[in-house]
Design a protein around this ligand. Structure first.
Ligand SMILES: [Zn+2]
Length: 409
């Protein structure tokens, strides 16, 4: 979403109280819409309606209140390896870093979504030189360019969040907090009240976002518990979910978890997702495995439904396994009925291909629909493993229900 749209986003430490009466729902449930519900994903026009549905005939002279319809878009790991910032540097002729062209082919979707989420996997700390794996540091101009691409919610809870220690994490928080249009989740300043979760109000619908990480590469799952909520920190997780339920219409959980380089969720991921369902989450956005994993709807005994993405895969990276270069960018239709009831519809998952030429030159993202057999043939990853459109389709078909995937050509 671009920030000139009519909405208000705020990492609420202060404004929350005035919104409380409008945001509290006594009962909330998720239900799947009819199959003819098509999110704005199908269109790249930022003018498009978020959802297109069959018109229902007017039944009386009195105008029925209309439901509010909007879309949430999510992207996985923004994993900035050294070749990516080096190419961003070259694009400017050495006068700064230009990351925006990476996202250009997806910008229509991102801007058209009412709210857009991304996992920023790498620290942004301009007091140190940029660096790639294993201790990542990305030029902080990335933040404003993510906002320019249309992202709103930036998650920092992931295994690389302490790559440069607590000062690197604080620098990243400063960058996001100082960027118009962005809201930080998944990292806290020392002393912040962790029940003051991030809220975003869009078109009269309030979203709550929380972000958890299974571990960090530096500290395991113990360091800086003031600033980080690990996936075993149940008292805080439960308090955050309770606050989210109370203050928001839609509860979105970002969680960095799972086993790297596999397309099947592990038992801990499944157990965590089930617990999120019990605690009232509407949407779980998983990431970390660097590969796509299944999408499913969980339902608890009380009928509360949660749409779970076990792993969105990489959004952008310069990894060297073919399956690391295919990510999911779901566009999720959400409806708020006049009585306040929320319905989260079936997502449409656009598959996103990270393309690079030999030697990882010209790295850029393509929606699968715009990716071609000749591009796949020329992909630099063929030096490490076979890459083809058929291989991408097979990966998606074997991992995710066909009804959720936007087909490629
Ligand atoms: Zn990770």
């Amino acid at each position: 979403m671009k920030f000139n749209k009519t909405h208000a986003i705020f990492a609420l430490s202060c404004a929350i109280l005035c919104l409380l009466p409008a945001c509290v729902l006594s009962a909330q449930s998720l239900s799947r819409p009819e199959k003819d519900a098509v999110p704005a994903a199908a269109s790249s026009s930022s003018q498009a309606e978020p959802l297109k549905r069959k018109k229902t005939p007017a039944s009386s002279k009195v105008k029925e209140p209309e439901p509010i319809r909007l879309t949430l878009l999510a992207a996985g790991d923004n994993l900035i390896h050294d070749v990516i910032y080096q190419q961003a540097f070259s694009r400017t002729g050495g006068e700064g870093y230009s990351f925006s062209p990476l996202y250009e082919r997806l910008q229509g979707d991102i801007a058209a979504a009412d709210i857009a989420f991304i996992n920023q996997e790498t620290i942004m700390d301009d007091t140190r030189p940029p660096s790639g794996y294993p201790a990542f540091n990305t030029p902080s101009v990335m933040a404003s360019q993510l906002a320019g691409a249309g992202f709103d919610i930036v998650n920092l809870a992931n295994n690389h969040m302490l790559d440069l220690g607590i000062t690197g994490l604080e620098a990243s928080m400063d960058v996001i907090d100082g960027t118009q249009g962005l809201t930080r989740i998944g990292a806290w300043r020392e002393g912040e009240d962790k029940t003051q979760i991030a809220l975003a109000k869009v078109k009269g619908v309030t979203f709550a976002f929380v972000g958890f990480a299974e571990y960090t590469n530096v500290g395991g799952s113990s360091m800086y518990r003031d600033q980080i909520v690990y996936t075993d920190d149940w008292p805080i997780i439960e308090a955050q979910l309770a606050a989210a339920r109370e203050r928001a219409d839609v509860v979105v959980v970002s969680v960095h978890f799972g086993t790297e380089n596999v397309t099947v969720p592990n038992q801990a991921q499944e157990a965590f997702a089930r617990r999120m369902n019990e605690l009232g989450a509407d949407i779980v956005l998983g990431h970390h495995p660097h590969m796509v994993q299944p999408v499913e709807v969980l339902e608890d005994e009380g009928g509360h439904r949660t749409l779970v993405f076990y792993s969105l895969g990489n959004f952008v990276s310069a990894q060297s396994r073919p399956d690391n270069l295919v990510g999911l960018m779901p566009i999720i239709p959400i409806e708020k009925a006049p009585d306040g009831k929320i319905s989260v519809g079936d997502p449409l998952c656009r598959a996103v291909v990270t393309h690079y030429d030999s030697g990882m030159r010209n790295l850029s993202l393509y929606p699968l629909e715009e990716y071609s057999p000749s591009l796949a043939d020329g992909h630099g990853v063929n030096a490490y493993g076979s890459f083809s459109l058929d291989g991408i389709r097979t990966l998606l078909k074997d991992t995710i229900s066909n009804s959720f995937i936007v087909p490629g050509r």
